[in-house]
Ligand binder design. Structure first.
Ligand SMILES: NC(=O)c1ccc[n+]([C@@H]2O[C@H](COP(=O)([O-])OP(=O)(O)OC[C@H]3O[C@@H](n4cnc5c(N)ncnc54)[C@H](O)[C@@H]3O)[C@@H](O)[C@H]2O)c1
Length: 256
């Protein structure tokens, strides 16, 4: 039956940056679809809270303090996940940061930090999780890109972020073609403006919300939960012939 193909029952999903925002939504969506969750998060306050919330849904959850930019930390996280759950079926490569500032003024440190988390960290996680997936000949990796990998946002200047997210879309295609023969599928999601707790104040600010909202055909930011369905789809057998795809979820923003 078609709905059975969306089930993640018996699966283990690793979610990077699962302590808050979209990452927390992905943890919840996967758990509701039946998966046990590894919350790979650098924040020691928020990560365990997400794990406790997942256990309340009736799934197993493990918080592993992880810095995705640190290969040793990533390898250790994958080791802990395998020790605890025996396998990893799904990686949601979600951890990401943004920096606003005009390109001519951005510091080397700020530039490197964005590329390090959004691109290098995402690659380290994909690589570390893919190895056991390749061995088992089974796995799904979902990279969180952004509509900023397709268009240039305004009025804020965020060249490093835009470049990092465009790279994520191309990296997704590269990894998809390399790992398809191992039955490891790699896709990305490009969200538009999502109304996370962190983003909400900006929508109320005319300098930003006043420019962003008229650019969205649906005339509103997305609710974070509106990404849950796509995430479960890409994590499950329902998307079994998809690899190397980028799914844009932006209320129509990139149509204009
Ligand atoms: N919110 C949006 O409107 C939006 C739109 C498009 C894409 N995105 C992307 O979605 C993802 C999540 O965004 P969000 O809005 O939930 O962000 P957020 O800042 O609310 O959450 C990011 C999480 O990642 C964690 N993190 C940051 N650096 C890390 C590191 N080095 N190692 C491990 N964890 C780390 C943070 O602690 C935090 O819990 C990001 O990749 C972001 O670029 C967000």
């Amino acid at each position: 039956m078609i709905l059975d193909k969306f089930s993640l029952s018996g699966c283990t999903a690793v979610v990077t940056g699962g302590g808050q925002g979209l990452g927390k939504v992905f943890c919840r969506a996967f758990a509701e679809a039946g998966a046990d969750i590894v919350v790979a998060e650098m924040n020691r306050e928020t990560g365990p809270v997400t794990a406790q919330e997942i256990e309340k849904i009736g799934r197993r959850a493990l918080f592993v303090e992880t810095d995705v930019t640190d290969r040793e930390s990533v390898e250790a996280m994958v080791g802990r996940a395998l020790d605890e759950f025996g396998k990893i079926d799904v990686l949601m490569n979600n951890a990401g940061i943004v920096h606003w500032g005009q390109a001519e003024a951005v510091s080397e440190e700020d530039w490197r930090k964005v590329i390090d988390v959004n691109l290098n960290g995402l690659f380290f996680c994909a690589q570390a999780v893919a190895r056991p997936m390749i061995e088992r000949k089974s796995g799904r990796i979902i990279n969180i890109a952004s509509m900023s990998g397709h268009i240039v946002n305004r009025p804020q200047c965020q060249a490093s972020y835009n470049a990092s997210k465009a790279a994520v879309i191309q990296l997704t295609k590269s990894l998809a073609t390399e790992w398809a023969k191992h039955n490891v599928r790699v896709n990305s999601i490009s969200p538009g403006y999502m109304g996370t707790d962190m983003a909400k104040p900006f929508f109320e600010n005319p300098e930003y919300g006043g420019v962003w909202i008229p650019s969205i055909p649906m005339r509103r930011p997305g609710e974070p939960e509106e990404l849950g369905g796509v995430a479960v789809f890409l994590a499950s057998e329902a998307s079994s012939y998809m690899t190397g795809s980028d799914v844009v979820v932006d209320g129509g923003f990139t149509c204009w």
